[in-house]
Design a protein around this ligand. Structure first.
Ligand SMILES: [Zn+2]
Length: 324
């Protein structure tokens, strides 16, 4: 879609937007605006503690930690890109009342007129009437899709570090050398509420269906307690090793690795392949000497060998390892 250029009402910097943007931000001062151009103050974020120097340190540590038996030296960092991922956090009180029945069979015994005891299977229809009441917090990416490396884990990071979320403040974001890129926001707060509403309806319905053979009636009522727009800082790093590019995503709020790729080098392949061969030979030898005397030995060694072989063979043939 073609971009439209606007001027920021707060700082005057140019802003490029597309017709898909439900909320947009000024790259220069960070101010959020709704699609109709009004300033939007319900804007939170997770402060960024990183800069380029720290990224270099983190990558060096990451490679050192994961390069055991791989012999990775002489890598070079190709690009460092700090990105802000937009999320909606929706707090609700959700109440569901459902009616249905549970069908099961039961064996019952009765005394016949002749005095003997007879047991028979009967079908029971047990009425179910229950409530689900919960206060919940749902988080969704404010976009239809994204290809940002490692983004799938960010929702969980937000959930686990909610106490770090503060009202947006550009001073807690800016790295002197590099500006953050705001990933465009395609869902408005209304879209987010609607999506979450559907999600809760489906979830509660599924919970009711789990408890009943048939649900007659399932009624859900949702009160919205607050919808917050938040940005999460992710540093996307690409490094080069022997002509191949590997990616690492770093949590800008804590400096932890979200997800990272590590090369599988020739050395690593040789090591893993040798381990595989040793395992097979070792397993065969153990079984040859001890297998006859104790019945469980072949099973135990067989199990250990197969389990370890799975990893070593896997390590031998895959192009790279992913750490997360
Ligand atoms: Zn601005």
């Amino acid at each position: 879609m073609s971009a439209i250029q606007l001027k920021c009402k707060i700082c005057g910097a140019p802003i490029d937007i597309t017709p898909e943007d439900a909320v947009y931000n000024c790259n220069s001062c960070g101010q959020a605006f709704t699609a109709d151009g009004k300033t939007f103050e319900n804007h939170y974020f997770f402060p960024n503690i990183l800069n380029k120097d720290k990224i270099h340190e983190i990558i060096s540590k990451f490679i050192k930690k994961n390069s055991f038996l791989r012999g990775i030296k002489d890598y070079s960092i190709k690009s460092i890109m700090p990105i802000l991922l937009p999320f909606w956090i929706v707090k609700t009180q959700a109440n569901t009342h459902f009616l249905g029945y549970l069908k099961y069979s039961e064996t019952r015994t009765r005394r016949t007129s002749s005095g003997s005891i007879k047991s028979e299977s009967v079908t029971v229809y047990k009425p179910i009437e229950e409530d689900i009441n919960e206060e919940r917090t749902d988080i969704i990416l404010a976009r239809r899709a994204t290809t940002i490396f490692g983004y799938k884990k960010v929702k969980k990071l937000i959930e686990e570090n909610m106490q770090n979320m503060v009202h947006f403040d550009i001073d807690l974001l800016k790295d002197k050398e590099q500006e953050f890129q705001y990933l465009s926001t395609e869902f408005s707060d209304i879209d987010a509420n609607q999506l979450i509403k559907t999600k809760i309806f489906d979830e509660h319905r599924a919970r009711a269906e789990k408890k009943c053979t048939k649900v007659f009636d399932c009624y859900t009522q949702i009160s919205f307690l607050g919808t917050f727009f938040t940005h999460f800082p992710v540093w996307e790093v690409e490094y080069d090793f022997k002509g191949e590019t590997y990616r690492v995503a770093i949590n800008g709020n804590t400096g932890e690795i979200i997800k990272g790729e590590i090369p599988v080098t020739k050395l690593f392949r040789i090591v893993n392949f040798s381990i595989s061969i040793l395992l097979i030979v070792g397993g065969v030898l153990i079984n040859f000497f001890y297998g006859k005397s104790a019945g469980f030995v072949p099973w135990v060694t067989g199990g250990i060998v197969t389990f370890t072989l799975f990893f070593t063979v896997n390590n031998t043939f895959k192009p790279m390892s992913v750490v997360d």
